[in-house]
Design a protein around this ligand. Sequence first.
Ligand SMILES: NC(=O)c1ccc[n+]([C@@H]2O[C@H](COP(=O)([O-])OP(=O)(O)OC[C@H]3O[C@@H](n4cnc5c(N)ncnc54)[C@H](OP(=O)(O)O)[C@@H]3O)[C@@H](O)[C@H]2O)c1
Length: 310
Amino acid sequence: MRRAAQTHLNPDSAPGPVAGCEGVWPRSPQSRYNRVVKPHSFALIGPGRLGLRLAIRMSERGWSCRAVRARRNASLPLREALPGPWVGDTWASPVRWPRVDLILVAVPDHGIREVAGRLAEGDDCHSAVVLHTSGLRTSEDLAPCHASGAAVGSWHPLQTFPALGRFPVSWEGVYCAIEGDPPAVEIGEALARELDLIPWRIQVGDKLRYHAAASVAGNLTHALVVAAKEMLASTGMEPHAAGEALKPLVRASLEAALAARGFEGLTGPLTRGDSKTIAAHLAALSPPVADAYRAIVRLVTNRNLSDKDD
Ligand SMILES: NC(=O)c1ccc[n+]([C@@H]2O[C@H](COP(=O)([O-])OP(=O)(O)OC[C@H]3O[C@@H](n4cnc5c(N)ncnc54)[C@H](OP(=O)(O)O)[C@@H]3O)[C@@H](O)[C@H]2O)c1
Protein backbone atom coordinates (compact mmCIF):
# COMPACT_ATOMS: atom_id res chain seq x y z
CA MET A 1 0.00 0.00 0.00
CA ARG A 2 1.16 3.51 -0.71
CA ARG A 3 2.57 5.65 2.07
CA ALA A 4 0.31 8.70 2.20
CA ALA A 5 2.27 11.04 4.42
CA GLN A 6 5.20 11.82 2.13
CA THR A 7 5.17 15.54 1.55
CA HIS A 8 6.76 15.45 -1.88
CA LEU A 9 4.13 13.01 -3.11
CA ASN A 10 1.16 14.80 -1.68
CA PRO A 11 -0.51 16.74 -4.50
CA ASP A 12 -1.99 19.18 -1.97
CA SER A 13 1.36 20.22 -0.55
CA ALA A 14 3.82 22.59 -2.19
CA PRO A 15 6.01 20.64 -4.60
CA GLY A 16 9.58 20.12 -3.51
CA PRO A 17 12.64 18.38 -4.84
CA VAL A 18 12.80 14.62 -4.91
CA ALA A 19 15.99 13.73 -3.05
CA GLY A 20 18.70 13.10 -5.61
CA CYS A 21 16.66 14.81 -8.32
CA GLU A 22 17.31 18.41 -7.37
CA GLY A 23 18.81 19.07 -10.79
CA VAL A 24 15.54 18.39 -12.54
CA TRP A 25 12.96 19.51 -10.03
CA PRO A 26 11.75 23.03 -10.85
CA ARG A 27 12.45 25.61 -8.22
CA SER A 28 9.56 27.96 -8.93
CA PRO A 29 5.91 27.10 -9.57
CA GLN A 30 6.03 29.06 -12.85
CA SER A 31 8.69 26.77 -14.21
CA ARG A 32 6.79 23.60 -13.36
CA TYR A 33 5.78 22.42 -16.81
CA ASN A 34 7.96 24.42 -19.15
CA ARG A 35 11.50 24.08 -18.01
CA VAL A 36 14.27 22.58 -20.08
CA VAL A 37 15.71 19.51 -18.47
CA LYS A 38 19.49 19.27 -18.23
CA PRO A 39 21.17 15.96 -18.91
CA HIS A 40 20.73 13.45 -16.09
CA SER A 41 21.59 9.99 -15.05
CA PHE A 42 19.37 6.97 -15.37
CA ALA A 43 19.30 3.23 -14.90
CA LEU A 44 17.44 0.84 -17.17
CA ILE A 45 15.84 -2.38 -16.02
CA GLY A 46 14.88 -4.52 -19.00
CA PRO A 47 17.09 -3.82 -22.03
CA GLY A 48 14.62 -5.36 -24.48
CA ARG A 49 12.94 -3.98 -27.59
CA LEU A 50 11.73 -0.71 -26.09
CA GLY A 51 14.21 -0.38 -23.22
CA LEU A 52 17.30 -0.51 -25.36
CA ARG A 53 15.98 1.87 -28.02
CA LEU A 54 14.85 4.26 -25.29
CA ALA A 55 18.22 4.17 -23.52
CA ILE A 56 20.00 4.85 -26.81
CA ARG A 57 17.69 7.76 -27.61
CA MET A 58 18.18 9.20 -24.13
CA SER A 59 21.97 8.86 -24.43
CA GLU A 60 21.83 10.70 -27.77
CA ARG A 61 19.94 13.50 -26.01
CA GLY A 62 22.55 13.88 -23.28
CA TRP A 63 21.23 11.57 -20.57
CA SER A 64 23.85 9.41 -18.93
CA CYS A 65 23.11 5.71 -18.63
CA ARG A 66 24.76 4.49 -15.42
CA ALA A 67 23.29 1.03 -14.96
CA VAL A 68 21.49 -1.66 -16.93
CA ARG A 69 19.88 -4.60 -15.17
CA ALA A 70 18.61 -7.64 -17.06
CA ARG A 71 17.21 -11.01 -16.08
CA ARG A 72 20.18 -12.85 -17.57
CA ASN A 73 23.70 -11.78 -18.42
CA ALA A 74 23.03 -12.81 -22.00
CA SER A 75 20.32 -10.13 -22.25
CA LEU A 76 22.67 -7.23 -21.43
CA PRO A 77 23.24 -5.01 -24.47
CA LEU A 78 26.58 -4.96 -26.23
CA ARG A 79 28.77 -2.03 -25.21
CA GLU A 80 28.73 -0.57 -28.70
CA ALA A 81 24.92 -0.60 -28.82
CA LEU A 82 24.57 1.57 -25.72
CA PRO A 83 27.38 4.04 -25.07
CA GLY A 84 28.47 5.16 -21.63
CA PRO A 85 30.20 3.82 -18.57
CA TRP A 86 27.18 1.82 -17.42
CA VAL A 87 27.32 -1.03 -14.94
CA GLY A 88 25.62 -4.15 -16.28
CA ASP A 89 24.20 -6.65 -13.78
CA THR A 90 21.41 -9.12 -13.03
CA TRP A 91 19.19 -9.71 -10.00
CA ALA A 92 21.21 -12.87 -9.30
CA SER A 93 24.51 -10.92 -9.10
CA PRO A 94 23.59 -7.32 -8.38
CA VAL A 95 26.35 -4.73 -8.35
CA ARG A 96 26.04 -1.60 -6.24
CA TRP A 97 24.68 1.04 -8.63
CA PRO A 98 25.86 4.61 -8.79
CA ARG A 99 23.16 7.05 -7.68
CA VAL A 100 20.75 7.87 -10.52
CA ASP A 101 17.97 10.42 -11.03
CA LEU A 102 15.62 8.15 -12.93
CA ILE A 103 15.01 4.41 -13.03
CA LEU A 104 13.22 3.10 -16.13
CA VAL A 105 11.48 -0.24 -15.81
CA ALA A 106 10.95 -1.67 -19.31
CA VAL A 107 10.22 -5.31 -18.49
CA PRO A 108 7.13 -7.19 -19.72
CA ASP A 109 3.93 -6.07 -17.99
CA HIS A 110 3.60 -9.13 -15.77
CA GLY A 111 7.10 -8.55 -14.35
CA ILE A 112 6.72 -4.93 -13.23
CA ARG A 113 5.35 -5.64 -9.74
CA GLU A 114 8.08 -8.13 -9.02
CA VAL A 115 10.78 -5.73 -10.21
CA ALA A 116 9.30 -2.95 -8.06
CA GLY A 117 9.40 -5.23 -5.02
CA ARG A 118 12.99 -6.19 -5.68
CA LEU A 119 14.05 -2.58 -6.22
CA ALA A 120 12.47 -1.58 -2.92
CA GLU A 121 14.09 -4.53 -1.09
CA GLY A 122 17.47 -3.64 -2.53
CA ASP A 123 17.03 -0.01 -1.46
CA ASP A 124 17.89 1.04 -5.01
CA CYS A 125 15.00 3.41 -5.65
CA HIS A 126 14.61 5.53 -2.53
CA SER A 127 16.10 8.65 -4.10
CA ALA A 128 14.91 8.36 -7.67
CA VAL A 129 11.91 8.78 -9.88
CA VAL A 130 10.81 5.37 -11.15
CA LEU A 131 8.84 5.09 -14.41
CA HIS A 132 7.61 1.95 -16.11
CA THR A 133 6.82 1.82 -19.82
CA SER A 134 3.65 -0.28 -19.89
CA GLY A 135 0.62 1.01 -21.76
CA LEU A 136 -1.69 -1.21 -19.74
CA ARG A 137 -0.33 -1.28 -16.21
CA THR A 138 -0.53 1.81 -14.01
CA SER A 139 1.83 3.43 -11.53
CA GLU A 140 0.16 1.30 -8.82
CA ASP A 141 2.41 -1.53 -9.95
CA LEU A 142 5.35 0.46 -8.59
CA ALA A 143 3.78 0.82 -5.12
CA PRO A 144 6.76 -0.80 -3.32
CA CYS A 145 9.08 1.84 -4.81
CA HIS A 146 6.66 4.56 -3.76
CA ALA A 147 6.62 3.15 -0.26
CA SER A 148 10.44 3.37 -0.25
CA GLY A 149 10.31 7.07 -1.04
CA ALA A 150 10.45 7.18 -4.84
CA ALA A 151 8.05 9.14 -7.00
CA VAL A 152 6.49 6.66 -9.44
CA GLY A 153 4.68 6.82 -12.74
CA SER A 154 3.81 5.04 -15.95
CA TRP A 155 5.26 6.42 -19.17
CA HIS A 156 4.10 4.85 -22.43
CA PRO A 157 5.12 5.95 -25.93
CA LEU A 158 2.31 5.18 -28.40
CA GLN A 159 4.60 3.62 -30.96
CA THR A 160 5.81 0.15 -31.93
CA PHE A 161 9.43 -0.71 -31.12
CA PRO A 162 10.64 -3.89 -32.81
CA ALA A 163 14.06 -5.27 -31.89
CA LEU A 164 17.00 -3.10 -32.92
CA GLY A 165 18.24 -3.80 -36.41
CA ARG A 166 16.06 -4.02 -39.47
CA PHE A 167 13.22 -1.76 -38.53
CA PRO A 168 13.77 1.98 -38.12
CA VAL A 169 11.43 3.66 -35.65
CA SER A 170 10.43 7.31 -35.57
CA TRP A 171 10.12 9.10 -32.23
CA GLU A 172 9.09 12.55 -33.52
CA GLY A 173 5.51 13.46 -32.74
CA VAL A 174 4.76 10.19 -30.96
CA TYR A 175 2.26 10.64 -28.13
CA CYS A 176 3.41 9.52 -24.70
CA ALA A 177 0.77 8.65 -22.08
CA ILE A 178 1.88 9.54 -18.57
CA GLU A 179 0.32 9.23 -15.11
CA GLY A 180 1.57 8.89 -11.57
CA ASP A 181 2.89 10.95 -8.67
CA PRO A 182 3.23 14.64 -9.56
CA PRO A 183 7.07 14.68 -9.53
CA ALA A 184 7.18 11.56 -11.67
CA VAL A 185 4.65 12.98 -14.12
CA GLU A 186 6.62 16.19 -14.31
CA ILE A 187 9.87 14.46 -15.05
CA GLY A 188 8.14 12.06 -17.44
CA GLU A 189 6.70 15.01 -19.37
CA ALA A 190 10.07 16.73 -19.57
CA LEU A 191 11.74 13.50 -20.70
CA ALA A 192 9.08 13.01 -23.37
CA ARG A 193 9.66 16.49 -24.74
CA GLU A 194 13.41 15.96 -24.76
CA LEU A 195 12.92 12.88 -26.92
CA ASP A 196 10.56 14.77 -29.32
CA LEU A 197 7.49 12.98 -28.00
CA ILE A 198 4.19 14.67 -27.18
CA PRO A 199 3.44 14.13 -23.49
CA TRP A 200 -0.16 13.35 -22.72
CA ARG A 201 -1.69 12.85 -19.29
CA ILE A 202 -3.88 9.81 -19.00
CA GLN A 203 -6.28 8.84 -16.22
CA VAL A 204 -5.54 5.56 -14.49
CA GLY A 205 -9.06 4.31 -15.25
CA ASP A 206 -8.57 4.89 -19.00
CA LYS A 207 -5.38 2.90 -19.44
CA LEU A 208 -7.04 -0.39 -20.37
CA ARG A 209 -9.13 1.14 -23.18
CA TYR A 210 -6.16 3.23 -24.30
CA HIS A 211 -3.93 0.19 -24.55
CA ALA A 212 -6.61 -1.90 -26.27
CA ALA A 213 -6.98 0.88 -28.87
CA ALA A 214 -3.21 0.89 -29.41
CA SER A 215 -3.21 -2.88 -29.93
CA VAL A 216 -6.12 -2.76 -32.38
CA ALA A 217 -4.45 0.00 -34.41
CA GLY A 218 -0.92 -1.36 -34.30
CA ASN A 219 -0.81 -5.09 -33.65
CA LEU A 220 -4.03 -6.14 -35.41
CA THR A 221 -3.29 -4.05 -38.48
CA HIS A 222 0.22 -5.47 -38.57
CA ALA A 223 -1.08 -9.05 -38.37
CA LEU A 224 -3.61 -8.47 -41.16
CA VAL A 225 -1.00 -6.91 -43.46
CA VAL A 226 1.37 -9.84 -42.88
CA ALA A 227 -1.47 -12.25 -43.72
CA ALA A 228 -2.23 -10.28 -46.91
CA LYS A 229 1.45 -10.29 -47.89
CA GLU A 230 1.63 -14.05 -47.47
CA MET A 231 -1.45 -14.51 -49.65
CA LEU A 232 0.02 -12.32 -52.34
CA ALA A 233 3.29 -14.25 -52.15
CA SER A 234 1.29 -17.45 -52.62
CA THR A 235 0.30 -16.15 -56.08
CA GLY A 236 3.96 -16.41 -57.08
CA MET A 237 5.25 -12.99 -56.08
CA GLU A 238 8.55 -12.70 -54.18
CA PRO A 239 7.82 -11.96 -50.47
CA HIS A 240 9.71 -8.65 -50.66
CA ALA A 241 7.87 -7.66 -53.84
CA ALA A 242 4.56 -8.53 -52.16
CA GLY A 243 5.36 -6.00 -49.42
CA GLU A 244 6.29 -3.37 -51.99
CA ALA A 245 3.17 -4.08 -54.05
CA LEU A 246 0.91 -3.62 -51.02
CA LYS A 247 2.64 -0.48 -49.75
CA PRO A 248 0.64 2.18 -51.69
CA LEU A 249 -2.66 0.46 -50.88
CA VAL A 250 -1.89 -0.01 -47.19
CA ARG A 251 -0.57 3.53 -46.80
CA ALA A 252 -3.52 5.15 -48.59
CA SER A 253 -6.00 3.04 -46.60
CA LEU A 254 -4.37 3.97 -43.30
CA GLU A 255 -4.18 7.65 -44.22
CA ALA A 256 -7.88 7.61 -45.12
CA ALA A 257 -8.77 5.77 -41.92
CA LEU A 258 -6.76 8.22 -39.81
CA ALA A 259 -8.35 11.25 -41.46
CA ALA A 260 -11.92 9.89 -41.45
CA ARG A 261 -14.61 10.47 -38.84
CA GLY A 262 -16.15 7.05 -39.42
CA PHE A 263 -16.00 4.54 -42.25
CA GLU A 264 -16.65 7.10 -45.00
CA GLY A 265 -13.12 6.66 -46.40
CA LEU A 266 -13.50 2.90 -46.77
CA THR A 267 -13.78 1.35 -50.25
CA GLY A 268 -14.28 -2.20 -51.60
CA PRO A 269 -17.03 -4.84 -51.51
CA LEU A 270 -17.83 -4.11 -47.87
CA THR A 271 -19.02 -0.60 -48.64
CA ARG A 272 -20.85 -1.66 -51.81
CA GLY A 273 -22.85 -4.33 -50.00
CA ASP A 274 -21.37 -6.85 -52.44
CA SER A 275 -22.12 -10.02 -50.49
CA LYS A 276 -21.26 -12.33 -53.42
CA THR A 277 -17.69 -11.05 -53.58
CA ILE A 278 -17.35 -11.23 -49.80
CA ALA A 279 -18.57 -14.84 -49.80
CA ALA A 280 -16.06 -15.69 -52.55
CA HIS A 281 -13.24 -14.10 -50.55
CA LEU A 282 -14.21 -15.99 -47.42
CA ALA A 283 -14.13 -19.29 -49.31
CA ALA A 284 -10.61 -18.57 -50.57
CA LEU A 285 -9.09 -17.57 -47.21
CA SER A 286 -7.45 -19.75 -44.57
CA PRO A 287 -9.82 -20.29 -41.60
CA PRO A 288 -8.15 -17.81 -39.17
CA VAL A 289 -7.97 -15.06 -41.80
CA ALA A 290 -11.58 -15.77 -42.83
CA ASP A 291 -12.59 -15.42 -39.14
CA ALA A 292 -10.86 -12.03 -38.95
CA TYR A 293 -12.53 -10.97 -42.24
CA ARG A 294 -15.98 -11.99 -40.91
CA ALA A 295 -15.41 -10.08 -37.67
CA ILE A 296 -14.50 -6.94 -39.60
CA VAL A 297 -17.51 -7.31 -41.90
CA ARG A 298 -19.65 -7.39 -38.73
CA LEU A 299 -17.83 -4.37 -37.31
CA VAL A 300 -18.47 -2.29 -40.43
CA THR A 301 -22.03 -3.42 -41.17
CA ASN A 302 -23.20 -3.07 -37.54
CA ARG A 303 -21.73 0.41 -37.40
CA ASN A 304 -23.24 1.43 -40.73
CA LEU A 305 -26.64 0.16 -39.61
CA SER A 306 -26.46 2.04 -36.31
CA ASP A 307 -25.31 5.21 -38.13
CA LYS A 308 -28.42 4.93 -40.32
CA ASP A 309 -30.59 4.59 -37.19
CA ASP A 310 -29.33 7.92 -35.83
N1 LIG B 1 8.11 -3.03 -27.81
C1 LIG B 1 7.15 -2.14 -27.96
O1 LIG B 1 6.71 -1.86 -29.09
C2 LIG B 1 6.62 -1.39 -26.78
C3 LIG B 1 5.99 -0.15 -27.01
C4 LIG B 1 5.52 0.58 -25.93
C5 LIG B 1 5.63 0.06 -24.65
N2 LIG B 1 6.22 -1.17 -24.44
C6 LIG B 1 6.28 -1.68 -23.08
O2 LIG B 1 7.64 -1.83 -22.68
C7 LIG B 1 7.76 -2.95 -21.81
C8 LIG B 1 8.79 -3.90 -22.41
O3 LIG B 1 8.32 -4.35 -23.66
P1 LIG B 1 9.32 -4.91 -24.76
O4 LIG B 1 8.53 -5.12 -25.97
O5 LIG B 1 10.53 -4.04 -24.81
O6 LIG B 1 9.68 -6.31 -24.10
P2 LIG B 1 10.92 -7.27 -24.41
O7 LIG B 1 11.49 -6.98 -25.75
O8 LIG B 1 10.46 -8.64 -24.09
O9 LIG B 1 12.02 -6.81 -23.35
C9 LIG B 1 11.87 -7.02 -21.99
C10 LIG B 1 13.25 -6.97 -21.38
O10 LIG B 1 13.12 -7.10 -19.97
C11 LIG B 1 13.99 -8.12 -19.52
N3 LIG B 1 13.41 -8.65 -18.30
C12 LIG B 1 12.34 -9.46 -18.17
N4 LIG B 1 12.08 -9.68 -16.87
C13 LIG B 1 13.02 -9.00 -16.19
C14 LIG B 1 13.32 -8.84 -14.82
N5 LIG B 1 12.58 -9.44 -13.88
N6 LIG B 1 14.37 -8.07 -14.47
C15 LIG B 1 15.14 -7.45 -15.40
N7 LIG B 1 14.92 -7.57 -16.71
C16 LIG B 1 13.88 -8.34 -17.09
C17 LIG B 1 14.07 -9.08 -20.66
O11 LIG B 1 15.21 -9.90 -20.54
P3 LIG B 1 15.12 -11.44 -21.05
O12 LIG B 1 15.27 -11.32 -22.54
O13 LIG B 1 16.26 -12.07 -20.39
O14 LIG B 1 13.80 -11.98 -20.62
C18 LIG B 1 14.18 -8.11 -21.83
O15 LIG B 1 15.48 -7.59 -21.94
C19 LIG B 1 6.36 -3.55 -21.68
O16 LIG B 1 5.75 -3.01 -20.54
C20 LIG B 1 5.65 -3.06 -22.93
O17 LIG B 1 4.26 -2.96 -22.74
C21 LIG B 1 6.73 -1.88 -25.48
